[in-house]
Structure formats: C-alpha cells, structure tokens
Design a protein around this ligand. Structure first.
Ligand SMILES: C[S@@+](CC[C@H](N)C(=O)[O-])C[C@H]1O[C@@H](n2cnc3c(N)ncnc32)[C@H](O)[C@@H]1O
Length: 258
C-alpha cells in the first residue's frame, strides 16, 4: 500500500478508486505499478550456510542417484536479477566439472518480473554485487569488463530464462532441485498453497525443495513435503501414494484428474 500510495502521489491521483480508473484507461501503467510492488532484493550465496548445505548434502545425492549421462534439472523460481542462478551454476560446475556441467545440467531461471529477468539474462554485476564471491570463483566463473563482472558465456548456455508466474503457470518438469527462496513470503497463504502444489508436480519423486530462511510450508501444504533439513528450509516430496490427491488438486485450484 505504501508503494502504491507513493505512485499515486507521483502522478498525482487521489484515492484508490481514481487510481483504479486510471489503470483501466492506461494499461501501460500496470508495468509501473508492477515494478514498484515487486521486491527483487537478492545476492550471490545469500545465506552462505544454505549454499554450503546444498553443495555438500543435496547436490552429491542428486548426482549419485543418476547415471553418468542423465540430465540434472534445477529450477530457480523467483530468480530476480540472477545472483541465485549463477550461485547454483557455480556449485554445480564445481561438483561436476565444467565439461559434465555443460553436458548434463539445465537450470530453469524464472521470475514474474521481466525487467529483472533481462538483468539476469545479461549476467553483468558490479564490484559491490560480487563482493560475496571468493576471488577464486570470481576468477573461474566471471570475466572482468570495465568495472563489472560478467558470468561466463559458455556456462550460461545451460540456463533457460523465462517469465513465469508461480501461482498460475504450469511448473517446469522433472526437477531435481527447486530453489524458491524469499518469494513465498510475499504471497498470501492461498497463493503459497497453489505455488507449492505446482512445485509438487514439477519435482521428480526424489526431488528437493529449498525455501528461504524466513519461509515455512503453510499447514495445508505439509502433506506434500517432508523436511529433511529444517535449519536450511530444505524439503523432499512425500511419495505420491501417501498424498491425498483430492487435497492436492484442490490446492492447485483445478479439479482432480482421473
Ligand atoms: C526477494 S526476490 C528473491 C530472489 C532470490 N530468490 C533470492 O532469494 O535471493 C523475490 C522475487 O520473486 C519474484 N516473484 C514475486 N511473485 C512472483 C510470482 N507470483 N511468480 C514468480 N516470481 C515472483 C519477484 O519478481 C522477485 O524477483
């Protein structure tokens, strides 16, 4: 509300009803409104201990569960300007080696906000933004250009960027690790439940879900995921036969499938 009120002051328009009318008459205003209310704060290796846990306890079992040629599919949902995606790319490249990373890994990077996705696609960051990255990683995975650092182009080939609304669009499929951090916190409980039901379908049977440090499963979604590490907010899927399919489809907002 604070942000919408600020926008109304800028225009200036007084009262929500008048602003509603203005939106109807000027659809372009939706873009302004949207960039204003989205919160895109992010950073490389945000909550370092979570990434250490993922690198040591989650990625190795994913790799071990597959044959040497099988693809590894990762989804960063609500990726903002890309720091989370490139963090994932770095830990996967370290686990597999560059060649295998290029041959096997697909990272789906999605966000509802097209402006931040454009930034993510570019993968260009200033000196302050990369301050969290160790000099070795910076040297291995980024090219310095002027006062900026650009993520290596050839590793970026394995990242697929797309605009995607977690609560409405179909999920990515066969995902081994779904990282959706600091996104659910901005959604109301119903929207969280819808997103989590989609995540359930998007993940493989043994897939992992990582939420943000301030995020927990709403009670109505606890039948879908079991915590495997509560400290780092990491969950795995409850096996399908144990899940109440009616509840699951109700959470999606769609009728049960036969
Ligand atoms: C605070 S950022 C989190 C970035 C990153 N995941 C992290 O933890 O550092 C939240 C992101 O969620 C995105 N977002 C909000 N609602 C969304 C929705 N319904 N579908 C997809 N992305 C959404 C916003 O555009 C924003 O970029």
């Amino acid at each position: 509300m604070r942000r919408i009120e600020k926008r109304m002051q800028m225009l200036p328009i007084f009262g929500y009803n008048n602003y509603g009318d203005y939106l109807k008459e000027n659809p372009g205003e939706f873009n302004h409104l949207f960039s204003l209310i989205e919160i895109n704060v992010t950073s490389f290796f945000r909550d370092t201990q979570v990434w250490n846990y993922i690198a040591t306890q989650i990625i190795p079992p994913i790799i071990a569960s597959k044959s040497e040629t099988e693809p590894i599919r990762i989804w960063s949902a609500g990726c903002a300007s890309g720091e989370e995606i490139y963090t994932l790319a770095i830990i996967l490249a370290e686990a597999l080696g560059i060649e295998e990373f290029l041959a096997r890994v697909k990272i789906f990077a999605t966000d509802i906000d097209n402006d931040v996705l454009q930034q993510a696609r570019k993968g260009v960051y200033n000196v302050n933004t990369v301050a969290n990255i160790t000099p070795t990683r910076l040297n291995n995975y980024f090219n310095p250009v002027d006062n900026c650092y650009i993520f290596h182009r050839h590793l970026k080939q394995n990242i697929i960027f797309s605009q995607h609304n977690l609560i409405k669009d179909a999920p990515m499929s066969k995902i081994d690790l779904l990282v959706c951090r600091n996104v659910l916190i901005y959604l109301n409980i119903d929207a969280q439940i819808r997103a989590l039901a989609r995540f359930y379908f998007g993940l493989t049977d043994k897939g992992f879900l990582c939420l943000g440090k301030a995020e927990m499963l709403p009670i109505k979604s606890t039948h879908l995921f079991t915590p495997i590490n509560l400290q780092n907010h990491i969950f795995t899927k409850v096996p399908k036969p144990e899940v109440d399919q009616y509840l699951l489809h109700q959470s999606l907002g769609t009728p049960p499938l036969n």
